[in-house]
Design a binder for this molecule. Structure first.
Ligand code: NAD
Length: 393
C-alpha cells in the first residue's frame, strides 16, 4: 500500500460511515474519516461518538490509540486512500423520488481527487440502476476507476456488532471492482455474498420495504380492532398464546426513521405502477398519529387547551435519532388542533423537553411516542388518560 490510508469513508462521521470507519480502523486498517460535519469529526477525534452506537467507543479509543484513524472535511484528502467508500445520505424529494443530485454533487466534489487506481465503493442505499448510472457518470467525466456497490444492512445503533456478524453483499460494475471490494469486506465481515449491482440494490431496498410493510400490516389491523372498541395489544397476546404461526406479528407502533419509508419510496419510484403495497404501507404508517388523535378526540371531544405529553421523541426505542420520527408529526398535529403539548425523551437533548416525571405531573393525557425501557418504571397517577401502543406503561 503506497497511500497513507487504505480506506477513506465519505460521510464517515454519519450513522453508517462512523461504525464502518471504526470497525475498519480497529482491525488495523488505516482509515480516513471524511465528513463535512466538523463537529462530529471533532467529537470522533476526541474519542466520543456523535450519536448512540452500541460498543463503538471502546473500539474508537483503540483505533485512536493505534493511530489508525485520520479525520478531514476536505475532499482533497481522499487522494491519500486506496479505496473510497461513499456513505452519504440519499434522501427522497417531496414527490418521493430519489434525489440523485445529492450523490452526483458529492461525486463532483471528489472528482478532481479520484484516480483510476482507486476503488470506489458506494454504500449509501440507492434506487435500482443507480450504481450503473454512476458508473456511466464517472466514465463521462473521464474516470475509469472500478466501482462497487456494497450496501449496509445493519440495524441503526448496532452497526459495530452487525458489520462483523452479518454477511456483506458485494456487487460491482467490473470483476476487478468485485474482487477488490470482496477483499476489503472479507477483513471485517464473516462472509461475502456476490451478486449483480441491481440485485444488491434491490436486496437492500426489499429488506427495508418488507419490514415497513409488516409494520403497516399490524398498524392497519390495530386501527381496525381499536375502531371496533377493542384493545389490540390484549387481543394479540391472547392470539399468540400457544399459536406459533402468529408469533412474529409485531405490535402496532410508529414505523419511522430515516430509512424504512424512504427506501420503500425508492422502490415505489422505481416503477410506480408495480408497487401499490409500498404506497399503501406509507399511507397506513404515516397515518397512525392521525388515527390516534381522532380516537382521542372521539373520547375527550376536544384537545383544545388540553395538556398532552408525548413520551419519547426519537424515531425508535433506545435511540437518540429524531430523523423522520412520527412523534414530531403527532406533536405538530396535536398543536394544530389546539393542544398544549409537552415532550420528553431519555436520549434526545432539547432544552424545551421536560423529564418524564415532570411530563406525567403536568399532563392530563400521556401518549407514548417511543417505548424507551425507562418508561416501564414510571408511575402514572390514577385518572390520567394513557395512549400506549406498545403497552410499556
Ligand atoms: N442509518 C442507518 O441505520 C442506515 C442503515 C443502512 C443504510 N443506510 C443508508 O446509508 C446512507 C447514509 O445514512 P446515514 O443514516 O448514515 O446518514 P447520516 O446523515 O447519519 O450520515 C451521512 C453523513 O454524510 C456527511 N456528508 C454529506 N455529504 C457529504 C459530502 N459531500 N462529503 C463528506 N461528507 C458528507 C454528513 O455530514 C453526515 O455525517 C443513506 O443512504 C441511508 O439510507 C442507513
Amino acid at each position: 500500500m503506497d497511500k497513507k490510508y487504505y480506506v477513506a469513508v465519505i460521510g464517515g462521521a454519519g450513522h453508517v460511515g462512523a461504525p464502518l470507519s471504526i470497525v475498519l480502523a480497529s482491525k488495523g486498517i488505516p482509515t480516513l474519516v471524511n465528513d463535512l460535519n466538523k463537529n462530529s469529526l471533532a467529537l470522533l477525534a476526541s474519542g466520543k461518538m456523535p450519536f448512540l452506537e452500541d460498543g463503538a467507543e471502546p473500539l474508537l479509543e483503540k483505533a485512536l490509540k493505534e493511530k489508525m484513524l485520520g479525520f478531514s472535511s476536505d475532499p482533497e484528502s481522499i487522494a491519500n486512500a486506496s479505496i473510497v467508500v461513499v456513505t452519504i445520505g440519499t434522501p427522497i424529494d417531496e414527490f418521493h423520488n430519489p434525489r440523485l443530485s445529492v450523490l452526483t454533487q458529492c461525486i463532483d466534489g471528489l472528482l478532481p481527487f479520484i484516480n483510476d487506481d482507486q476503488l470506489i465503493i458506494l454504500r449509501s442505499t440507492v434506487a435500482p440502476g443507480v450504481t450503473d448510472y454512476l458508473n456511466r457518470y464517472l466514465k463521462n467525466k473521464g474516470k475509469n476507476c472500478p466501482l462497487a456497490f456494497c450496501p449496509e444492512r445493519v440495524v441503526q445503533g448496532k452497526g459495530v456488532e452487525e458489520i462483523q456478524t452479518l454477511p456483506q453483499l458485494v456487487s460491482g460494475t467490473s470483476d476487478l471492482a468485485v474482487k477488490l471490494a470482496s477483499e476489503l469486506f472479507s477483513k471485517i465481515a464473516p462472509d461475502v455474498i456476490v451478486m449483480s449491482t441491481i440485485e444488491a440494490e434491490f436486496a437492500k431496498l426489499i429488506s427495508n420495504a418488507y419490514r415497513y410493510i409488516q409494520f403497516a400490516a399490524t398498524n392497519q389491523l390495530y386501527m381496525l380492532v381499536e375502531s371496533a372498541g377493542l384493545d389490540y395489544n390484549k387481543l394479540l397476546t391472547k392470539m399468540k398464546q400457544g399459536y406459533p404461526r402468529m408469533g412474529s406479528i409485531p405490535s402496532a407502533g410508529f414505523a419511522a426513521g430515516p430509512c424504512l419509508m424512504k427506501d420503500t419510496m425508492q422502490l415505489f419510484s422505481f416503477e410506480k405502477k408495480n408497487f401499490f403495497l409500498g404506497q399503501v404501507a406509507m399511507t397506513i404508517n404515516e397515518g397512525l398519529p392521525d388515527f390516534m388523535i381522532s380516537q382521542l378526540i372521539s373520547k375527550t371531544t376536544t384537545v383544545i387547551n388540553v395538556k398532552i405529553g408525548i413520551l419519547g421523541m426519537a424515531f425508535k426505542a433506545e435511540c437518540d435519532d429524531i430523523r423522520d420520527s412520527l412523534s414530531y408529526r403527532l406533536k405538530k398535529t396535536l398543536e394544530f388542533k389546539g393542544a398544549l403539548v409537552s415532550c420528553s425523551d431519555e436520549y434526545v437533548t432539547n432544552s424545551d423537553f421536560v423529564s418524564k416525571e415532570e411530563l406525567v405531573k403536568q399532563c392530563d393525557i400521556i401518549i407514548v411516542g417511543v417505548p424507551h425501557k425507562a418508561y416501564k418504571q414510571l408511575i402514572i397517577p390514577y385518572g390520567k388518560e394513557i395512549i400506549d401502543l406498545w403497552n410499556i406503561l
